[in-house]
Design a binder for this molecule. Structure first.
Ligand code: UD1
Length: 420
């Protein structure tokens, strides 16, 4: 298992960029199940989760190839509508094949998902919505088995906002008979991007309100070509890397429109952020030597993203004062806390609430990555720590960040991958 050795090397400076969005790419790849023929996706990041999705789609019967960041998916029009445990266990987003398989092929057998160990993370709402659309659903031996002659439109309200839940249902509804109304839909940019791509494929979808989608099912969809947007979480992580080191960094393709809540908090912490005019835009962050403390709570988009909570925890661990974080989306998303404390952070967790007493300096230590965003927070803390931090189990990081160490090295960071 690879590890990363990171040594604090002063403020980061220069220009970098974010790769294509993992969370946008995953549902887009799954949407290729909906149309016979060949879909092309550009700017797809080369990541473990993407490789898992391609493996899964090949298992189902698609021909999938990836060259650099271009992905071609050929759907011959027939499928083995099964997502086995071996493929699903490593990635929860595998559940995204459920809606398309059921809508296009009338049946699906999908293993219950695994993925990041950040809470129970059920898929009950996905199943409830599909059953409201007429699917017969049963659970046995760790698998969901679903069938429907043809799904029919329904008026469905998500009790809890779910990103992949909304994506699954909007894909299923695109080929259902009649109109589906999805209330309390997730509004994340990745959902909006999926809707854009589905419309290119011939789907009839409108945002009736910011949190309500109306889908008029069509008989058939046709393949599309689509370029994946930049990863807002990776862009945000790079901005925090600049902030934690007191640096001055331009993230060339960071989109302010996707990062509103993150930008607000970085400004509140004392960073200057401007939209760059040259070279096609991006966001430039100039950081103070030490951030100001913050209070923040994670919320669904457009609120502060849970996927940025761990990175901000690293930042606030060396703020000039006491900060508070409330994690409102996942119940077990503080696994980075113990590791940050090993690096000298003072953090006290009580339930979903964390109190962070800022310290002037962190120190390098051997630490262990426990999930995707937790890994990122350890890398960030290490950039600011005195001495060397060795982060083991970086396969978690590799699930969601494309060549992060190279991007940070471009900015002057000392990051070395130790192959193991
Ligand atoms: C997606 C993102 C993930 C991000 C999360 C929240 C992808 C591939 N992953 O995950 O990076 O952290 O959104 O922004 O896009 N819930 C239920 N029942 C369900 C579904 C969800 O109770 O059927 C709950 C979850 O336990 C959680 C909350 O709803 O508490 C939000 O989860 P959800 O939006 O579904 O997360 P994912 O789509 O898995």
């Amino acid at each position: 298992m690879d590890a990363l050795a990171v040594s604090g090397n002063g403020p980061l400076r220069g220009q970098t960029f974010a790769s294509g969005s993992k969370n946008a790419a995953l549902p887009l790849l799954a949407s290729a199940l909906l149309a016979k023929g060949t879909c092309h996706f550009e700017n797809v990041p080369q990541l473990a989760d993407i490789r898992t999705m391609l493996k899964l789609l090949r298992h189902i019967g698609l021909e999938a190839s990836m060259e650099q960041n271009s992905c071609t998916l050929h759907n011959p029009g027939m499928a083995n509508p099964e997502a086995p445990y071996e493929l699903v266990k490593t990635m929860r987003a595998s559940v995204l094949v459920l809606g398309p398989l059921l809508a296009k092929y009338g049946k699906a057998k999908v293993s219950l998902p695994g993925g990041c160990a950040i809470g129970a993370r059920p898929i009950d709402l996905h199943l409830k919505a599909l059953s409201a659309m007429g699917a017969d659903i049963s659970l046995s031996g760790g698998y969901v088995e679903a069938s429907a002659q043809r799904l029919r439109g329904a008026d469905f309200r998500f009790d809890t906002i779910s990103v992949t839940g909304t994506e699954n249902i909007v894909m299923a509804a695109s080929l259902a008979k009649g109109i589906t109304r999805i209330r309390n839909a997730a509004q994340e940019p990745e959902v909006t991007e999926l809707v854009v791509a589905l419309k290119k494929m011939g789907a009839k979808i409108e945002w009736e309100k910011p949190n309500e989608l109306v889908v008029e099912g069509v008989e058939e969809l046709t393949p599309c070509r689509h370029a994946v947007c930049a990863d807002r979480i990776e862009a945000g992580t790079l901005l925090v890397a600049a902030a934690i080191t007191g640096g001055d960094v331009l993230v060339q393709n960071a989109q302010a429109a996707h990062l509103g809540a993150v930008i607000d908090k970085l400004k509140e912490a004392g960073c200057e952020i401007s939209e760059a005019q040259e070279n096609g835009g991006g966001l430039r962050l100039v950081a103070p030597p030490r951030p100001r403390p913050l209070q923040l709570q994670t919320q669904e988009y457009p609120g502060f993203p849970t996927d940025m909570q761990a990175q901000f925890m690293a930042l606030l661990s060396m703020a000039d004062g006491d900060s508070e974080i409330s994690e409102n989306i996942f119940e077990n998303r503080y696994m980075h806390v113990a590791e940050l404390c090993r690096m000298g952070a003072h953090i006290h967790v009580s339930g979903t609430h964390a109190l962070i007493h800022g310290v002037p300096q962190l120190s390098g230590a051997p630490v262990m990555a426990t999930d995707l965003r937790a890994s990122a927070s350890l890398v960030l803390a290490a950039l600011r720590a005195e001495g060397t931090t060795t982060i083991s189990r970086v396969y978690h990081l590799d699930r969601g960040y494309e060549r992060l160490e190279e991007k940070l090295a471009l900015l002057g960071a000392k990051v070395e991958r130790i192959r193991g």
